[in-house]
Design a protein around this ligand. Structure first.
Ligand code: SAM
Ligand code: DTB
Ligand code: SF4
Length: 324
C-alpha cells in the first residue's frame, strides 16, 4: 500500500505537477483504486443558512460586505427551513448536508442555533458539516458535543499568496481553527480555490500545507473559482482545465485516503472534464442545483452523467477520522 506521509517536500510535489499528463493521472488513478471504489462518488448538498454581509474581504466571495455584488443579505434561517432542505437533499441521495454561514466567526448565541440545526439534521440520519468561519477551542467542543461530523474551513491558497486574496485574517488564523476542529475530534474538511491568479508553485504549496498537517483532512474540496460580478477577481484569466485536473491528481497522490471533492465551478466544466477529474482521483462532489449563492449543475444532469459513467452514489459510511 502507498505510504501515508506528512513530510512532503515542495520539490517532490512540483515534480508530480511536472509529469506528463498521462503519467500523472495513471499514477493518481492507480493510488485511487487501492483505497476507494473508483465507481463510487460521495455526494453532499449545501445550504446557505446565513447569507451575505460578511465582514471579511475575501476577493472571490459574493458575500463579503466589501464586494458590491448585489446579493441580498439574509438572516439565520429558521430551523424548519433547514430541516425541509435537508429532507429534500436526503431524498435525492445526498448522504451529507453542509450548512454554510457568512461569518468571520460565530457568536456563542448564533452557535447555539447552529447546534440545534446540527442535531435536527442528524436526527434525519444524515452526516452533518458546517462552515462558520473561525472557531475557538470551546466552540469546536460544543459542536462535537452536538454530534457534528465535519467542519469545513479552507486554506484556500498558498501561505505566500494568501495576502493577495484576503487581508482581514491570516493563514495562521486558519490553521488555528483547523487545530481546534481536529483536537475536538471532528472530521476536517479543508481545501482551496484554483484560478485566483496563483502560480503552479502556489497550488503546490497549498497541497503541501494540507498534506503536511498532523493528520490529512478527511475531505479536501478543490474549488474552481466561480467568477462573480462586483468581486475583485471577476474577469481574471480562467485556469487551464488540464492544470485543474493535475491539481486533483496531485491531491489524490499526496492524500491517498482522503475524499477529494470536485467542488465549485462545475457549471463551467463539460462532462468530459468532470469524468477526467473522477478518473484522476476526485470521489466526492456537491449535488443539488445550488451551491451557497451560485448555481451548481442540475440534479438530472448529474444523474445522467453518473449513469453514463457507471458511477454510483456512495452510501453513507460510518465516519471515523483517518488514522495515520
Ligand atoms: N465564511 C466561512 C469561511 O470563509 O470559512 C464559510 C463560508 S465560505 C463561502 C466557504 C468557502 O467557499 C470558502 O473558503 C471558499 O473556499 C469557497 N468559495 C467562496 N466563494 C467562492 C467562489 N466564488 N468560487 C469558489 N469557491 C468559493
Ligand atoms: C467549499 O470548499 N466549497 C463550498 C463549501 N466548501 C462551503 C462553497 C462554494 C461556494 C461557491 C460560491 C457560492 O455559491 O457562493
Ligand atoms: Fe465571508 Fe467566508 Fe465569503 Fe470570506 S469566504 S467573505 S469569510 S463568507
Amino acid at each position: 500500500m502507498t505510504q501515508v506521509r506528512n513530510n512532503w517536500q515542495i520539490t517532490e510535489i512540483e515534480d508530480l505537477f511536472n509529469l506528463p499528463f498521462n503519467d500523472l493521472i495513471f499514477e493518481s488513478h492507480s493510488i485511487h483504486r487501492k483505497y476507494f471504489n473508483p465507481n463510487e462518488v460521495q455526494v453532499s448538498t449545501l445550504l446557505s443558512i446565513k447569507t451575505g454581509a460578511c465582514p471579511e474581504d475575501c476577493a472571490y466571495c459574493s458575500q463579503s460586505s466589501r464586494n458590491d455584488t448585489g446579493l441580498e443579505r439574509e438572516r439565520l434561517l429558521p430551523i424548519d427551513e433547514v430541516v425541509e432542505a435537508a429532507l429534500e437533499a436526503k431524498s435525492n441521495g445526498a448522504t451529507r448536508f453542509c450548512m454554510g454561514a457568512a461569518w468571520r466567526n460565530p457568536t456563542d448565541k448564533s452557535l447555539s442555533h447552529v447546534i440545534d440545526m446540527v442535531s435536527a439534521v442528524k436526527d434525519l440520519g444524515m452526516e452533518t458539516c458546517v462552515t462558520l468561519g473561525m472557531l475557538e477551542k470551546d466552540q469546536a467542543k460544543k459542536l462535537k458535543g452536538a454530534g457534528l461530523d465535519y467542519y469545513n474551513h479552507n486554506l484556500d491558497t498558498s501561505p505566500e499568496f494568501y495576502g493577495e486574496v484576503i487581508s482581514t485574517r491570516t493563514y495562521d488564523d486558519r490553521l488555528k481553527t483547523l487545530e481546534h476542529v481536529r483536537d475536538a475530534g471532528i472530521n476536517v474538511c479543508s481545501g482551496g480555490i484554483l484560478g485566483m491568479g496563483e502560480t503552479r508553485h502556489d497550488r503546490a504549496r497549498l497541497l503541501q500545507e494540507l498534506a503536511n498537517l498532523p493528520k490529512h483532512p478527511e475531505s479536501v474540496p478543490i474549488n474552481d473559482l466561480v467568477q462573480i460580478k462586483g468581486t475583485p477577481l471577476d474577469g481574471i484569466d480562467k485556469l487551464d482545465s488540464f492544470e485543474f485536473i493535475r491539481t486533483i491528481a496531485v491531491s489524490r497522490i499526496l492524500m491517498p485516503k482522503s475524499y477529494v471533492r470536485l467542488s465549485a465551478g462545475r457549471t463551467e466544466m463539460n462532462d468530459e472534464m468532470q469524468s477526467l477529474c473522477f478518473f484522476a482521483g476526485a470521489n466526492s462532489m456537491f449535488y443539488g442545483d445550488r451551491l451557497l449563492t451560485t448555481d451548481n449543475p442540475d440534479e438530472n444532469h448529474d444523474q445522467a452523467l453518473f449513469s453514463r459513467l457507471g458511477i454510483q452514489y456512495e452510501k453513507k459510511k460510518v465516519s471515523a477520522p483517518i488514522g495515520i
